[in-house]
Each structure stands twice: as structure tokens, then as C-alpha cells.
Design a protein. Sequence first.
Length: 513
Amino acid sequence: MMKYFMVFLLPTLCFGAGEPLVPYENPLSAQLVPSRSALLDRLARTGTKETPNPCSDGVFLRRVYLDVLGVLPTREEAKAFLADSSSGKREALIEQLLARPEYADFWGMRWADILRIKSEFPVNLWPNATQAYDAWVRSALRTNMPYSEFARQLITASGSNFRVPQVNFLRAADGRDPESLAAVVARVFMGSRMSGWPLDRRSDCAAIFSRVGFKKTREWKEEILVSEVGGGGLGPVCDFRFPDGTTVRCSAAADPRIALAEWLIASPKSPFAANGANRIWFWLFGRGIVHEPDDFRPDNPPSNPALLEWLAKQYATNHYDTKQLLRIILNSGTYQATSIPSRGVTPLYEVRRVEAEVLVDAINRITGGRDEYSSMIPEPFTFIPEGTQAVALPDGSITSSVLELLGRPPRDTGLLSERLSRVTTAQRLQLLNSGHILRKLEKSRALGGLAGASKDIPSMADALYLTILSRHPTPDELAVIAAHQPPAKSPMRQKMLDVAWALFNSPEFLFKH
């Protein structure tokens, strides 16, 4: 009966249904008001003649939870936010979310894709190093380490890959040769694919890493990254050239990586700030101002140069405080605009599939279900404790068939495009027909208790919609649910399961919008 019921219910589901698109004006603090107006001013230069309508409270609530924490709000959180009539509730919610522990796990997952935090081929960091590396990244996010310091430590670290987690940034390169090491820095912190650079520019950048060496120890898979000062076939004093053409002279006792890090962070010609801001924009809007975000090059210009320049300046001026840049963007009318196209307005927020890890975690939180994750490294297998969230998995080699089917990246390249964001036929069949979802629903004590506690169909439907879609059902949706008559001994429970199954398969649940 679930499939037949879904045919009738899904046409009534749409992005933001049940919430009127009423004008919303965010009472920003004095610090952020200029930022919001400046942001809108720069967006006006894209050729958009009208300001897009603001999204409804229900859409904003779900959007900001997924973009900042990678989780859905609970039923209680959704109900309280929708009932709140205070003018500053959106700004207050953003502050609450940025302070929650889930922030570090979700953004740590995003960074782990870029940094290729993975034990197995082709990265071969090995579990001890991988887990230390992942823990360091999440700790840096938890403490809001400045992005500049985050980059500096990764680029200049030396020591054991087991005891100095940052060393694994360069160990995750495709090779140990200087050009491979330079390519990692170019991709992650300049947003550039070094394979497309002129030969002389590649050689200059590679020379900066000519003094980096790796030494084995007696401990299996441990390596020591050392700065072999005076080595690399270079003389006691050598000039190194940065990508913008400027040079620095380093003595035999100096590590040129330190000079490179300082150039990246401080030079006005460095793409460091623009690349970092552009990547955050991509993660929040689904498309970079430069797209792909890791493909900065002269023939791939930003869609709005003035906007990117302004965001980069904000990032640098605020000492690379990532949460502050997030506040500026999240509080803007641009981020809080609807994703529904209208005449004369092209929405900037792209409708896109929820990440595989987030989707699996959301289904498990709603149903009380569990998924098992394992890795073949070390032999024979590594099993993760039951209840571990998918976004918190510390190693790209730790996975499941469902995560891979839903598009979790293998972390082989470190490119953002490696994550599958489109919907495939196999994914649709998994959600529609597999026992994986049906068993979670049928065995769910949480949903079973919800059905038992509901006194009538409207209250049951309202609780389900708040739990799964973070909004109240519309009158049309309530009418469809009331007319549905499942042939079961417990009609209320079966009706609840049918509605939950239909909502899980709806675009409104599967997509960010």
C-alpha cells in the first residue's frame, strides 16, 4: 500500500509548502548591517533586476540546519522556531547552531574529503595516522582555529605522521616528489590544479618543497617528515620564486615552506583568501563564485568578481575567522532568499541532493535505526561502534554499501566534484524498494510511539511533518492522509508508516532547497 499511497501524496509536496512567502527583514547587528547591504549590492551587479523573495521560516530552518550542522532539527526545535514570533529569531538561531558540537563533525567531514583523509589506496595514510589527522581537523574546527593558522600548520609541519597529525597533509599527496607536494598545496589553498600551470611556474613552486624528506622508522607505517635544510641538491643560499613571480632568499638553515605559507596568507596577490571564501560560498549555495571551487584559472573567471573580492577582504580583515564569515553570509538576505525561480530573478541557492552521510544519519535519527560501517584495513576488518554517525567517520576507507550508493566520495582525488550530488536510478530504487528503509520504519519504536500517542490523524501528521520536513502539513496534504485507508489491524500505525515512507522519498526530504 505504501507505493500506491505515495502516488497520491507526493504531488502535494513541494519545497516550502505550508509556509507563506511573507516579507522578512532580519534585524542584524550594527556590525553586520553594512555586510548585508554590501553583499546585496554586489549581487545586483550580476544582472539580477529584482531581489528574490525571502524563504519561509520552515525552509530557512531546515536549510540552515543542514548547511551548518548536517542534521535536521528535532520536532521540538522545529515547532518552537515556527511558533516564535520574535523579529530576531533567525539571527539567534544562527548563533546557536555555530556554537553546537555537530558543527565540527559536519565541517570536518567536508574538510576530510578535500584533505583525502583515508587509510587505503591510493592515499595509504594508515589507520593510526588517519584517526589522528581527522581528530586534529575536527579539533581545529571546534576551537574555530583561524583558517590562516590551519593552513600554516598543514603546510609547514614536520615530525612523525602518527604523533604530528598535520604531517599527513603532505603524506596524502600522490607522490613524495616536490611537484606532487606542491600540487597538494596549490589545490587546497590556492584552488588551482597545478597540472595546468606553465612548466617554469610548476618548477618554481616544486623547488620550495625540494628540502622535504620522509624517513622510515621501526614502527610499521610510521614516517618522519623532515626538512632537510641545505639538501635537495641546492646551495647554502637559494632564491625561491612564488606563483605570483616574487622571490624570497632562504639560507641553508631555513625551510622555504615557512616563507610560502607567509606569502599565501599575507600577499595581496595570493589567491588564499579568495579561494577559502569561495569554497565556503560553494558549500552554502551549492555553486562557487568560481566554479569548480578547486579550478581557479584565467579562463575560468568568477561569475561576480566584485562579490568574491569583497568576501575575500572580509575573511582576511576578520583574521580568517571562518565562523564570522559564515555569520555574514547566513544572516544575509541573499542566503535567506527562496530557491524557487520567479520572473526576473535567478535564485542563487541551488537545489541539490542532501549529502549521503547526512541523509543516512537523518533517517536513523528519525527511526532510531542503525547502520554498520567497516573497513578492510587493518586486516581482516575494522568495525565501528554501533551508533556512530556517518558524518563522524574518521576515515574514508570506513564505509558501507549504502553510503557508497548514495554518493559518498572515495576521497581519491580531493576534488569537490568527487562527491556525487545527482540522483541516480539505483538511489531511487534503494529508497523506494529496498528493505533497508522499510525495516527501519517497521521496527521504529520512535515512530511507533508517535502513532500510539497521537489522538487523531491531524496531530499524527503534524508530528511527522515537523520531524521529517521541519514544517506543518498543508490542508491538502492532511486531506490526502485522512482519505488513505491502509488494510491493517493497526490502521493508525500503518497510516503513520505509509506517510513516513512517502515523506522519505519526497524531493523535499532528499534535497536541500
